[in-house]
Design a protein around this ligand. Structure first.
Ligand SMILES: *[C@@H]1O[C@H](CO)[C@@H](O)[C@H](O)[C@H]1NC(C)=O
Ligand SMILES: *[C@@H]1O[C@H](CO)[C@@H](O)[C@H](O)[C@H]1NC(C)=O
Ligand SMILES: *[C@@H]1O[C@H](CO)[C@@H](O)[C@H](O)[C@H]1NC(C)=O
Ligand SMILES: *[C@@H]1O[C@H](CO)[C@@H](O)[C@H](O)[C@H]1NC(C)=O
Ligand SMILES: *[C@@H]1O[C@H](CO)[C@@H](O)[C@H](O)[C@H]1NC(C)=O
Length: 201
């Protein structure tokens, strides 16, 4: 899986640079902690990748921070990361910026620039019959959510390239354990991951 992650990261970097050059979107901030909200580890990016970028908490936070210095995301409080912690609390903040002086697209509850999905297993997979959750609405001040199954990985993709949504997502329960499962995205992810495993195996 290391190779696949590297490919994802590389694509993320390339696409991130590309996307950033042409649109003005604010940072996305994701902060993870245990139930008490203390000792968070925080991820922030100004990019909206046009292909799915998957991140394992254990990969991006479980180092001394050097790895992220050349990337299009920054982590903070990585020293708080503990592989034994069940990261069931997510602070989510994402806001559009004005486009050519037009600020009508800015506001909590409106479509954001990216779809974020948080997964109970590594490599953006479901595990143990637990659901994953999607977020794609803006939230100006940021909000803390309880993720029942905890988070071990998350994905980011520009909303335009994400699965079609009737209304943007706020803690939208997804996956095989939920009633919202449409088979689409999870199946695509599963196929992509299986393909990777077959290639690497
Ligand atoms: C994360 O923890 C730091 C202190 O270590 C705090 O200043 C910050 O507000 C926390 N962020 C969130 C989103 O809870
Ligand atoms: C946005 O994120 C970038 C890193 O991706 C960081 O350098 C910058 O300080 C952040 N800006 C704000 C306003 O948080
Ligand atoms: C991180 O950077 C420091 C200072 O540049 C260096 O001494 C250390 O070996 C680096 N760690 C890793 C894991 O690359
Ligand atoms: C927010 O920005 C994204 C990316 O530029 C755009 O696709 C989306 O439509 C914007 N949201 C609104 C409500 O205009
Ligand atoms: C985290 O806690 C939830 C809720 O108690 C549980 O369902 C999940 O299995 C836990 N995850 C891990 C990795 O321990």
């Amino acid at each position: 899986m290391y190779i696949q992650r590297s490919i994802w990261s590389l694509q993320f970097l390339l696409l991130a640079t590309y996307v950033r050059a042409q649109s003005s979107i604010n940072n996305l901030t994701l902060s993870f902690s245990a139930n008490d909200g203390q000792g968070n580890v925080t991820f922030s990016t100004a990019s909206a990748p046009s292909t799915i970028a998957c991140f394992n908490l254990a990969d991006i936070f479980n180092n001394d921070g050097n790895a992220s210095s050349a990337s299009s995301y920054v982590v903070s409080n990585a020293q708080n990361f503990n592989s034994q912690t069940n990261y069931t609390s997510l602070f989510y903040q994402q806001l559009n910026t004005s486009v050519n002086g037009d600020s009508s697209g800015i506001g909590t509850g409106k479509d954001a620039a990216r779809t974020v999905e948080v997964f109970p297993g590594e490599d953006c997979r479901e595990t143990g019959g637990l659901s994953w959750y999607g977020f794609s609405c803006q939230n100006e001040d940021g909000e803390r959510y309880v993720i029942p199954g905890g988070v071990q990985s998350f994905s980011i993709v520009s909303k335009a390239e994400s699965v079609k949504q009737e209304h943007c997502w706020v803690l939208s329960e997804r996956g095989s354990a939920s009633n919202n499962f449409k088979g689409c995205f999870a199946a695509v992810m599963a196929a992509a991951l299986t393909g990777t495993l077959l290639v690497l195996g």
